[in-house]
Design a binder for this molecule. Structure first.
Ligand code: G1P
Length: 286
């Protein structure tokens, strides 16, 4: 619902807020496409039509840009409609992440035996973690999740993993998951490895989602369905992501993501770097 971003999200869905010039939802769609996905289901609420419209071709805008010779902008505008096939699934009530994921089941084909879930609030870079996770599923089967190592003070904001090392595993940073707990107090946290908003879920997750009760925050938690699968002996592994991860869901994390992304690019990076150095020096002397 974007409450941490009010008042901006009074009328603009937070998924459309730009990281430099590209909405967060397009970054997630690009990551899904790069990982080999051919279609994207956006689980959303009624009244956020702009999120799906962003992926529809805008012929009038494209011909205007073409006529003006604005080819770089034209390429940027065309990108979202050519990335991946997008469909929307409406979640009628905000009952939690587990409920949102469950809404996708109705749109799956009989031959689709796993889904990747990307939470667009999490910007995980460099992209490529989903390919690594797919390789782990090919090797071990089951369900594969992405973990980041977070400071102890932050464990209560995440789903946290209880893990053990896998002897002789071919990829570094791959561990077996023995349990998972949503938003634990530090004293109850099994580790500092936290779920980072990228999941490859075996289709069995939908049965588990039907069997869970509301958990942390009174919501139907994806974490609880995964914990149930683990108890039943379903193989679950994590890949520990060693790159960066930004939380686009709050203004502080979003700002870091924007600065980081701009600094990594040629268009705004060099000038921003110069300005930041000057700005911070002035700040230190103030
Ligand atoms: C959700 C998940 C949590 C995960 C987090 C990652 O929580 O429930 O397990 O660690 O995303 O961002 P939320 O941030 O939606 O409360």
């Amino acid at each position: 619902m974007g409450t941490r971003f009010l008042p901006a999200t009074k009328t603009v869905p937070k998924e459309l807020l730009p990281v430099v010039d590209t909405p967060g939802i397009e970054l997630a769609a690009g990551e899904a496409a790069d990982s080999g996905a051919s279609r994207l289901l956006i689980v959303t609420t009624a009244g956020k039509d702009g999120v799906v419209s962003h992926f529809i071709k805008d012929l009038a805008l494209e011909s205007h840009l073409a006529a003006k010779g604005k080819h770089t902008l034209l390429e940027k505008v065309r990108k979202s409609s050519s990335l991946i096939d997008v469909e929307a699934v409406i979640q009628n009530r905000p009952l939690g992440l587990g409920h949102a994921v469950g809404c996708a089941e109705q749109s799956l084909g009989d031959d689709e035996d796993a889904i990747a879930v990307l939470l667009p609030d999490d910007l995980v870079q460099p992209s490529g973690i989903l390919q690594t996770m797919s390789q782990v599923r090919a090797e071990h089967g089951g369900t594969v999740l992405c973990a980041v190592d977070v400071p102890k003070s932050q464990v209560s904001s995440y789903g946290v993993f209880h893990v053990e090392e896998v002897p002789g595993v071919s990829q570094p940073d791959v561990m077996k998951v023995l349990g998972m707990v949503e938003k634990p107090q530090l004293a109850d946290a099994p580790s500092t490895l936290a779920a980072a908003g990228r999941y490859i879920l075996d289709r069995q997750i939908f049965d588990a989602l039907r069997r869970i009760e509301p958990g942390a925050g009174g919501e139907l938690q994806l974490t609880d369905a995964i914990a149930l699968l683990i108890k039943q002996g379903h193989p679950v592994h994590v890949v520990v992501h060693r790159g960066t991860r930004h939380d686009l869901g709050n203004p502080g994390g979003y700002l870091r993501a924007a600065v980081d992304t701009a600094l990594n690019g040629d268009e705004y990076g060099p000038a921003l770097r110069k300005w930041l150095i000057k700005r911070l020096e002035l700040g230190d002397n103030a």
